[in-house]
Ligand binder design. Structure first.
Ligand code: ADP
Ligand code: MG
Ligand code: ZN
Length: 713
């Protein structure tokens, strides 16, 4: 019978091993030095705890996480394995008690901080014992390439030499880059170790990357629709943590913050409040999380793209340790790349390391711009084989069309080919769009055949496209202080028309054109107001302010004040005119509004929220529980229109059989007859003509309900 499995069942109460655990444990039990690379939350601890029970001598576990040791030791003790720890938090008396126990052979697992290993007293104590096994947790700390270098880790081999017998040594880490791997094996003196890279697939993590959306409204909406869930929001800088924190507080969302600029005291209080579920959300820099064992983290949102895939995977790894489905959402904007590059620039002095960091950043960017399954990208990156598609990341889910981009790709590749000198993405964009900027003219780049050939692309779209070409290796980015773009072996077949470039793309959304329509209306209103006052239009509101109106649809003065570029004065002077224009548009076009305050709200009026996907599920779940539509509107604080939208989408996918709906209190039957009558006259295509001929006490919402009930539109 398998001893390891017995221990797993008897002590830990689990019925089976997770991927990789059994082979790692067997390797150790067979006396091999072992290097196990498993992701955060993958279950590394059991891989050394089980052998320690089965070995006759003591097991020493080196762990850098003083804050975690107590928890770990408490939890192993609680399942009946004798364990203790030695670190700087112990009082002298506590230390003496543990020492006694160790010397009496009553301790099976002893956790030690690396700084302690070479202390005279510790060596004295250990030298009389049989050490069967030495486990080095977070072993990447030995490598300067890793992200948490600890110089005391380099002393570990010296400690081993001081022991009577060389124990079996196993190293554990979640960081798997080649340099780190090599460092662990060499610097820890592992003897022909068996190396395992497994379990990187955390099946319950749903990866999503959202490019180019409004990050703030996304976060606010998400938090409102997931208010019962616990989650972490990572930001790249302290400043962003502070800003986002203020924003949430201003929107009545309780949240904690965590970054290196806070006092030790505040940090540990906030961390505890998060761990003990006193507050659901914590906004943090990457300083937060090492050693956070909280198992019910339901989501990790990255407000910025992290600097490399290791950090990303480690950070999202903090979600769903309990195995429950969890969301990992990265909100990406291209400026994140510049920000990370800047952080590397100011944080890395060693030139060699800097280039290494740039390369990792490039791979991170490749990941973000990839069109393939995100899971596959990551697992392959970590050296684990995975050739299927996960079916649940945003790329797998994304219902785009496959579009032949060969001609566009050829234009870009040809430009890189003919420019003769290495240039960066921005310059290539300028050439292709026919920019007349100084650099282009000075370098004579306006003489190239491809100059201006892609002028119909917007700057952002073209940049996006080039980055996607890089991500799919049709081009490469060559790192340095100024990264430049070069051709790859995949470029030639495309240039020769021997290979096609096919990308998945969103079919252009109708909503974009509707927005433009409102923008046009608002611009003409602005123009006529400006003419009346004899001032230039932009003095009234800038283009970007109007654009924001057309995207966020404010319909009250408070909402208007939340738009960038609207102060109290202008709100008073022009507010009513613009609001009635927007209101009319919203009503007659059946627009689903999605208004969320981004500045501090002046009052708490009319906050609504909605996001796609999950939020639909919530609506439907509530309806299955209680068919009253009114109830859902009240409970969720969403508008009828939004709820109807959810129901329609649900019907489209699942049909209408299993969903009862009750519209009580939302309409009355006499009005229904009148509305149906009106529809027979003016049709059901637009709401406004219907509204115009029915009794004025009939609301747009009632018309919507009647349309939905009778025609499912
Ligand atoms: P890591 O150190 O790799 O980040 P942990 O060792 O802390 O991960 O394990 C993460 C969680 O997974 C723990 O709650 C642990 O109890 C649980 N776990 C580990 N192995 C198994 C298993 N075979 N079956 C069920 N749960 C497990
Ligand atoms: Mg661990
Ligand atoms: Zn996928």
């Amino acid at each position: 019978m398998n001893n390891a499995l017995n221990v797993l069942k008897k002590y830990f109460g689990y019925s089976s091993f997770r991927k990789g655990q059994e082979s790692i444990i067997n390797s150790i039990l067979n006396g091999n030095d072992t290097l196990a690379i498993m992701p955060t939350g993958g279950g590394k601890s059991i891989c050394y705890q089980i052998p320690s029970v089965l070995f006759d001598g003591i097991t020493i576990v080196v762990s850098p996480l003083i804050s975690l040791m107590k928890d770990q030791v408490d939890s192993i003790n609680s399942i009946g394995i004798n364990a203790a720890y030695i670190n700087s938090t112990l009082s002298n008396t506590e230390y003496e008690i543990i020492k006694d126990k160790v010397l009496n052979n009553t301790i099976k697992i002893l956790y030690v901080a690396p700084e302690r290993l070479l202390s005279q007293d510790f060596i004295m104590m250990i030298s009389s014992l049989k050490v069967s096994f030495l486990a080095i947790d977070e072993a990447h700390c030995v490598s300067q390439w890793g992200h948490d270098f600890r110089s005391s880790y380099k002393k570990i081999p010296e400690f081993i030499n001081l022991l009577n017998n060389r124990p079996i040594i196993a190293a554990f880490t979640a960081t798997a880059t080649e340099e780190v791997k090599v460092d662990i094996v060499n610097l820890l003196n592992l003897k022909s170790p068996e190396i395992f890279i497994t379990g990187f697939d955390r099946e319950n993590l749903n990866l999503t990357i959202i490019k180019g959306g409004d990050k703030k409204s996304f976060i606010l909406n998400y938090l409102k629709t997931h208010s019962k869930d616990s989650g972490i929001i990572y930001c790249a800088t302290r400043k962003e943590v502070e800003h986002l924190h203020e924003l949430l507080i201003a929107n009545d969302i309780e949240a904690l913050k965590y970054h290196a600029g806070l006092s030790d005291n505040e940090r540990s209080t906030n961390q505890e409040d998060f761990i003990y579920d006193k507050s659901n959300v914590i906004i943090a820099t990457n300083a937060f999380g090492m050693g956070i064992d909280k198992s019910n983290v339901r989501f990790v949102i990255h407000n910025n793209m992290p600097k490399n895939i290791e950090s990303y995977y480690q950070e999202i790894g903090r979600a769903g340790r309990d195995g429950e489905e969890s969301d990992c959402i990265m909100l990406f904007s291209p400026s994140d790349i510049h920000l990370q590059k800047y952080l590397i620039d100011i944080g890395t002095y060693d030139e060699f390391r800097k280039v290494n960091e740039y390369n990792k950043l490039q791979l991170m960017s490749d990941f973000v711009y990839s069109n393939d399954c995100l899971k596959k990208f990551i697992l392959n990156y970590f050296g684990e084989e995975y050739d299927k598609e996960c079916g649940k990341c945003s790329n797998c889910h994304f219902e785009g069309e496959l579009v032949d981009k060969t001609e566009d790709a050829r234009n870009v590749l040809y430009c890189v080919y003919e420019m003769k000198r290495p240039l960066g993405v921005t310059t290539i964009v300028d050439i292709l769009r026919g920019s007349k900027n100084q650099k282009i003219l000075r370098l004579g780049l306006d003489k190239l055949n491809t100059y201006g050939i892609m002028h119909n692309f917007s700057k952002d779209d073209l940049k996006n496209f080039i980055n996607t070409l890089i991500s799919h290796k049709y081009l490469e980015s060559i790192q340095g202080d100024f990264p430049v773009v070069g051709l790859t072996e995949n470029s030639i077949p495309v240039l020769k028309r021997e290979a096609k470039v096919i990308f998945k793309e969103i079919n252009t959304k109708e909503s974009i054109s509707t927005n433009n329509e409102l923008l046009t209306i608002l611009k003409s209103l602005r123009k006529s107001l400006a003419e009346e006052e004899n001032i230039p239009p932009y003095i009234i509101f800038s283009d970007s302010t109007l654009k924001e109106f057309s995207q966020r649809f404010p319909i009250s003065i408070n909402e208007l004040l939340d738009i960038n570029g609207v102060g109290e004065h202008k709100a008073n002077k022009y507010g009513e005119e613009f609001l009635s224009c927007i209101k009319e548009y919203v009503e007659s076009n059946n627009v689903t509004r999605n208004f969320t305050y981004l500045k501090s709200p002046k009052s708490n009026s009319s906050k609504t929220s909605s996001t796609k996907g999950k939020t639909i599920d919530i609506t439907i779940d509530m309806l299955k529980d209680n068919p009253s539509v009114e109830n859902v509107i009240n409970e969720r604080g969403l508008q009828l229109n939004t709820i109807l939208d959810h129901i329609k989408k649900y019907f489209l996918e699942h049909g209408s059989e299993d969903l009862q709906l009750d519209f009580t209190n939302l309409y009355n039957e006499d009005n229904e007859r009148e509305i149906l009558d009106a529809i027979s006259k003016v049709g059901k295509e637009r709401l406004k003509p219907i509204k115009e001929i029915v009794n004025t006490n009939i609301s747009y919402d009632e018309i919507r309900i009647v349309l939905f009930k009778n025609f499912a539109v």
